[in-house]
Design a protein. Structure first.
Length: 319
């Protein structure tokens, strides 16, 4: 049986994994933020906007990135087909039909058309998209009557094993999400830890951490009465496990209820990357499209000398 020290050591190890990701993948996360700005046509820096204002030029951007991304995601949606299971032998045809109906029921119940479109868009822009499996109460109050659900996963909150290089994260040893939640929401999720959550938020020095340069190390915002909660999935002795924690406080933990067709334990996350570069950084379509936006200004209203100067002022050629 595990002792309190064992649990404390486990949380320390999991926290280190999360913080290592936040530190080592900073360039990747910055590129994701930049990709969103390009998609929304908001890539101009404050310096560029000031220079435009000084020459009385409107910040006109011909956004080719969003048009290309929307075209690719739209094509994927048009090519989408309903899932179908096929029998390996004639005697398994009835089972294949049942599997087909079951999969289609889950997808229809979870609005798969919208979910797949959102996941495709995330894979194209920040470079990471996917969904997470959930267990939800069925139509009856029977605790054994559970339905499979699907939740959208936002790349902003997702973290993973920094050694993973496969597009489908199949080589990752851990992954999860880190989100800021208000005190009442956290207490509702973990009612048995209400007192600990309240004490953590109201503890002395909670706001001092907000002045730290590395915001990923911040766990509590006492002014807004919120705390960061991490849902951390990890492999231990071949078994996927999960743990919710905030700071050094363990909120809940257990073993994965999910298994693949070979009865191997799997995490609840089904994620993918648009591309993975030679350094293991994940990215989407925007990286190779942004160079078409090197001239973010109205090139038709500028003299050659001004155009050349504005392009030279682009940060890293608008990298």
């Amino acid at each position: 049986m595990k002792t309190e020290q064992d649990n404390a050591d486990k949380i320390t190890k999991l926290r280190k994994q999360y913080l290592d990701f936040a530190h080592q993948k900073q360039d990747e996360r910055n590129e994701q933020k930049q990709a969103r700005r390009y998609y929304h046509g908001a890539q101009l820096t404050e310096e560029q906007l000031k220079r435009l204002k000084s020459i009385r030029q409107a910040p006109v951007i011909k956004n080719e990135v969003s048009r290309k991304v929307n075209g690719v995601v739209g094509l994927l949606e048009r090519l989408r087909q309903d899932p179908k299971a096929y029998a390996r032998t004639p005697k398994h045809e009835e089972g294949a039909d049942i599997a087909t109906y079951a999969v289609r029921y889950v997808l229809d119940a979870n609005n798969w058309k919208s979910l797949s479109s959102d996941a495709g868009h995330k894979g194209a822009v920040p470079g990471i998209g996917g969904c997470a499996l959930t267990l939800e109460q069925g139509d009856t109050p029977d605790p054994n009557d559970m339905d499979v659900g699907l939740d959208f996963v936002d790349a902003d909150y997702f973290f993973y094993d920094t050694r993973s290089v496969r597009p489908d994260f199949s080589d990752a040893r851990f992954m999860g999400e880190a989100k800021w939640l208000s005190e009442d929401v956290a207490a509702e999720m973990f009612p048995e830890k209400t007192d600990e959550i309240t004490g953590m938020i109201t503890s002395e020095g909670g706001d001092a951490a907000l002045d730290m340069a590395d915001k990923d190390k911040v766990w509590v915002n006492s002014q807004e009465k919120s705390l960061k909660i991490v849902e951390h999935w990890y492999i231990e002795k071949g078994q996927w496990k999960w743990c919710f924690y905030s700071g050094q406080l363990e909120l809940d933990s257990g073993e994965s209820p999910w298994f693949d067709h070979k009865e191997n334990s799997i995490p609840r996350y089904i994620m993918y990357s648009g591309s993975v570069d030679h350094e293991g950084n994940r990215y989407g379509l925007v990286r190779n499209l942004r160079y078409s936006q090197l001239a973010p200004l109205s090139m038709f209203a500028q003299s050659p000398s001004v155009r050349e100067g504005m392009l030279r002022s682009a940060p890293g050629r608008l990298t």
